[in-house]
Design a binder for this molecule. Structure first.
Ligand code: DOR
Length: 395
């Protein structure tokens, strides 16, 4: 697919310039000024062109919970939010512990075809917390394994899984929640598990990705571990930046934390100690939310929330946000995306940074309308999303 985008304010992790981007056969071919090509041309005057966003943490609920979301509705939500790469968690039904489920997801994702999908395999079989024999059958088709939604309480099991991950060059994605403490102290539950996983990663040498980091202590442990050379990356969600427990008690795991935690997370982002923004897009039906299901739909609002809270408020530059939402997650997941440079996939998003949006859950294309941000106003409207030179979303 060939496409020329002209007159854009072009930003990625490492560059800012004004001009044109030409995509040929699905890849970025040329960046310049006053380019002319025989192909579809889009005038992006007044708009900002970024590499599309890549999400390390998403729940598309298929198979099993398709009344909450499915690969098609989730992919549509993703591209509406400016994402063309997502990493799906394994807490489906059945849980993704077998080749059959993995293949089913990949087949469906290929049919839908508007976003590149990686599906995590569970660390323990069916999240039983103890069995890891199922990992034997998987190889390079897997990049990351996780019991996200639950967490692996048994430290010996986690250590053995990390050894396997090291051998197979997989990332362990840690849902740091020690369930033995969840009912009494969710802070302790996160902090203890974070410290344990960092310690085990140090011993085993595996690649560790800490999902949805939400406490001041957990971030501190991660910073220390990085300094000691542990192969760890950290992920923060938009909602743990935008909300604190004085303004919202919306049910989500990990919970909305204190103002002090939020300020600490934001400082860590500013200092370069957070690697990626992951949405933890967790769509639920109204009935399931009423029964207490944790989580919120997030992928459509992630950029406006982060842009408003982090860039508009002068905490970080748009280049740094692009790094956390595009180049770093792409690098982590081994996707040839996330930068505006020749040879990269022609995956770009056009945004109107000056345009204010007001969140209305009925505007969301995700099946999950569960968001505490209804009525909130954010800057940064997603206008157009392109995957490998093909327009996959227009406003
Ligand atoms: O709030 C959450 N919801 N946190 C998780 O870790 C899982 C997710 C879900 O699957 O609904």
């Amino acid at each position: 697919m060939n496409l020329l985008i002209k007159n854009a304010n072009i930003i990625d992790c490492c560059h800012s310039f004004f001009g044109d981007v030409y995509i040929e056969n699905g890849k970025i071919k040329e960046i310049g000024i006053e380019l002319t090509k025989q192909c579809q041309v889009i005038d992006a005057k007044g708009l900002t062109l970024l590499p599309t966003f890549i999400d390390t943490h998403v729940h598309f609920r298929e198979p099993g919970f398709t009344y909450k979301e499915d690969i098609q509705s989730g992919s549509k939500a993703a591209v509406k939010g400016g994402f063309t790469g997502v990493n799906l968690m394994a807490n489906t039904n059945p849980i993704c512990s077998t080749k059959e489920v993995l293949e089913y997801v990949y087949e469906k994702a290929a049919k839908v075809g508007i976003a590149d999908i990686h599906q995590c395999v569970s660390i323990t079989k069916d999240f039983d917390g103890k069995t890891i024999d199922h990992l034997k059958v998987f190889g390079d088709e897997v990049k990351a394994i996780s019991d996200d939604g639950k967490g692996v309480v048994d430290s010996r099991v986690m250590m053995e899984a990390m050894k396997i991950a090291k051998e197979k060059d997989w990332i362990i994605i840690s849902h740091a929640e020690n369930h033995e403490f969840s009912d009494i102290d969710m802070r302790l539950a996160e902090n203890m598990m974070t410290w344990r996983d960092l310690t085990l990663a140090k011993v085993t040498g595996c690649k560790l990705h800490m999902a949805h980091v939400s406490t001041k202590e957990a971030i501190k442990y991660i910073i220390e571990a990085k300094e000691e050379g542990v192969n760890v990356t950290s992920e923060v969600t938009p909602h743990h930046i935008a909300l604190d427990d004085e303004i919202s008690n919306y049910r989500v795991n990990p919970p909305i934390r204190t103002k002090e935690d939020v300020n600490f997370l934001i400082r860590a982002i500013a200092q370069g100690n957070v690697d990626v923004i992951g949405t933890d897009h967790a769509p639920h039906s109204e009935e399931d939310k009423a029964k207490g299901a944790p989580g919120m739909t997030g992928i459509e609002l992630a950029f406006p929330i982060c842009y408003t809270k982090l860039v508009k408020e002068n905490i970080i530059t748009l280049n740094r946000l692009s790094e956390m939402m595009s180049s770093k997650p792409a690098e982590l997941l081994g996707m040839n995306k996330g930068k505006i440079a020749p040879g990269y996939d022609g995956d770009i998003v056009l945004v109107d940074l000056d345009k204010k949006i007001t969140v209305n859950s009925e505007d969301l294309v995700s099946k999950g309308k569960n968001t505490p941000f209804v009525g909130w106003e954010f800057y940064g409207d997603i206008i157009l999303t392109v995957k490998e030179g093909r327009i996959v979303y227009t406003k």
